[in-house]
Design a protein around this ligand. Structure first.
Ligand code: ATP
Ligand code: PRP
Ligand code: NIO
Ligand code: MG
Length: 577
């Protein structure tokens, strides 16, 4: 199926809800008014761009292009869509308009876009959409909904990846908390694009070919009350096939290990042990389990929301000693892992879902090292420690500062809901109609649009880093390597700089023309790789979490003058009385 990182487009799946009616009513209302007023042949150019990077950052990852292209490819109102529109729109609408809609496709539209997965910046169009006014207007909302959340999610995920570093695995666990089923699917897809390694979302795995991963829930542990709950205790040796009593073996190991781990066997939960044994018998090669369910020491059975297990931000004080993990979970885990080892299997690791994750991961690692040395099992020291529980970018940065031994973060709510900033403000603005530039003025300078059909270039400096993005009028010659280019702030006259680029990257490619996708589209892995290679070209100070340096987006001298001439033409001179 895969071919050098590319796959046949036919194999790409389109999200079923993405169709022409997934739009705002006013697009169709405008379409009729355009049609009625004889604007059927008008030709327009729209830019799709955002004005501010999300998450108080200074970069954004562009995602969602593939879905946009599939939307264009399939753009067609079905019979039932037309019936619905006839019923819903005012009865005064002429019947011929519906005939017009029935035959409408996106074949006369041309879309230029930046490569999906690229690092992008405010005001630089992600998409330039040109074609008949009516159809390009009708595309607005759907294109925006496909790009806004995708880019926000990919950016969020990329930020988590930067915070966690390359060595740590990141799993997306957010479906249950996501903005509905579709938000959940998109979140899984674009978390992967942004740099996550896998998802717990099985449908996302199937649809998008993303690795699916997971452990189990606390309910699994609490469903076992004691060793009598074990239906089967027998497990066959991996090599010899000889059946062994896992319960007996685990109990022996628990007794033996309790001495070394300075815990009491009586404090460890038998229900938890039974659950772990049952899991080990079910998945002898996939033994990765939760160890924080029981708080035996405190007398409350199950991990409580309050009491001694609660993390209050203190990290080095005595209350840590009360954590169930050390009293029960770790001991039970090590006992079952050693029993599995006797039968030729290697346990995978643990998940910690409460408490002080820095402290507990260090404790768990110490325990694994101790067992590793004691029994001369080097792999035991390297068992995987997964941490979850309301983790966000700041938690990861804080854990890094404190020092932790976590190999993998499982992240849900904050990631998929983009809690820190729930929307990226991409907009879709007309910049040209029938060859005439259009400018939208605003009291807020940052909201003034860049008129006309433009080209965009990324200029690189001597050390290979991206220096500045430059917008020009499309009719201008592109900037050349080694030649001095005047780069101007779009609105502040005094802000300007000369740049001599060592490399010039043209940002737009034509992706949709003559009714066809006209670039080979990368796989999701291809886009994911693009995110990392593109981020690498960005200087570290633009990527840091706290007060990052803004990346410059400039206009050519010609575009500067063009904007400002048009601005003056369009801004009426007021009269004072
Ligand atoms: N070392 C740490 N540094 C900073 N934040 C941490 C650290 N360890 C855990 N956290 C975060 O602190 C919060 C812990 O939540 P809380 O204090 O409500 O307790 P809890 O461990 O979830 O307890 P329970 O689930 O039993 O109620 C989570 O958001 C978690 O990601
Ligand atoms: O915390 P998130 O980043 O959203 O990650 C996903 C969470 O979902 C699971 O349990 P759930 O929260 O449903 O229940 P629990 O917290 O009681 O374990 C898991 O144990 C994580 O805690
Ligand atoms: O597999 C897991 O551990 C998981 C999946 C979803 C949510 N929380 C945890
Ligand atoms: Mg939780």
């Amino acid at each position: 199926m895969e071919d050098n990182g590319y796959r046949k487009r036919k194999k790409l799946r389109q999200n079923g809800v993405v169709r022409p009616l997934l739009t705002d009513l006013y697009q169709i209302t405008m379409a009729y008014a355009y049609w009625k007023s004889g604007k059927k042949k008008d030709h327009a150019v729209f830019d799709l761009f955002f004005r501010q990077n999300p998450f108080q950052g200074e970069f954004t990852i562009f995602a969602g292009l593939e879905e946009c292209l599939k939307f264009l490819e399939n753009f067609h109102y079905s019979e039932s869509d037309i019936v619905y529109l006839r019923e819903t729109l005012p009865s005064t609408i002429e019947s011929e308009f519906f005939d017009y809609l029935k035959n409408l496709t996106a074949k006369d539209v041309t879309v230029h876009a930046i490569e999906e997965g690229s690092v992008v910046f405010p005001r630089v169009p992600l998409l330039r959409v040109q074609g008949p006014l009516i159809i390009v207007q009708l595309l607005e909302t759907t294109l925006l909904t496909l790009i806004n959340f995708a880019s926000l999610m990919a950016t969020n995920a990329a930020r988590y990846r930067i915070a966690a570093g390359k060595q740590v695995s990141l799993l997306e666990f957010g479906l249950r908390r996501a903005q509905g089923p579709d938000g959940g699917l998109s979140a899984s897809r674009y978390a992967y694009v942004g740099g996550f390694d896998g998802t717990s979302n099985v449908l996302a795995g199937k649809l998008f070919n993303i690795p699916v991963r997971g452990t189990h829930a606390h309910s699994y542990i609490t469903s076992f009350t004691g060793t009598h709950d074990l239906h089967t205790k027998m497990l066959a040796h991996r090599v010899t096939g000889e059946e062994h009593d896992m319960l007996e073996l685990c109990q022996q190991w628990r007794k033996e290990l309790a001495k070394h781990l300075e815990t009491l066997t009586e404090e460890a939960s038998d229900g938890e042990l039974a659950a772990l044994i049952a899991f080990a018998i079910a998945f002898p090669d996939g033994f990765m389990v939760l160890v924080d369910t029981y708080d035996v020491k405190s007398g409350s059975d199950v991990k409580s929301n309050g009491g001694p297990t609660k993390f209050h931000g203190s990290r080095n004080s005595e209350p840590h000693m009360h954590w169930p993990l050390q009293r029960s979970g770790l001991l039970n885990f090590c006992a079952v892992a050693m029993a599995l080892n006797n039968l030729g299997y290697k346990a995978l690791g643990i998940r910690i879902d409460s408490g002080d994750l820095a402290y507990l991961s260090n404790k768990a690692r110490e325990t694994f090292q101790l067992v590793s040395e004691k029994y001369d099992l080097p792999w035991f020291a390297k068992l995987t420690i997964v941490a979850s529980n309301d983790i966000n970018e700041e938690t990861i940065l804080s854990l890094n500062e404190q020092g932790h031994k976590i190999d993998c973060f499982g992240i849900g709510t904050h990631l998929v809901t983009c809690q820190r900033q729930p929307a990226l403000g991409c907009v879709y603005k007309m910049v040209e109609i029938n060859g005439q530039p259009r400018i939208k003025l605003s009291q807020e300078v940052a909201k003034v649009t860049m008129p006309g059909c433009k080209s965009a270039y990324r200029l690189f400096g001597a050390n290979g880093h991206a220096l500045i993005d430059l917008l020009q009028r499309s009719v201008e010659n592109p900037p050349q390597v080694g030649e001095k280019v005047l780069c101007r702030h779009p609105f502040e006259e005094s802000k300007r700089a000369y740049v001599i680029p060592t490399r010039v990257e043209e940002l737009f490619k034509v992706y949709w023309e003559n009714g066809k996708i006209c670039q080979t589209l990368p796989t999701l892995e291809g886009i994911r790789d693009r995110v990392q290679t593109s981020l690498k070209t960005l200087r570290q100070d633009h990527k840091r979490n706290l007060n990052p340096t803004p990346y410059k987006v400039a206009v050519s001298d010609e575009l500067y003058n063009f904007i400002h001439d048009l601005w003056l033409q369009n801004a009426p001179i007021g009269e004072l009385f």
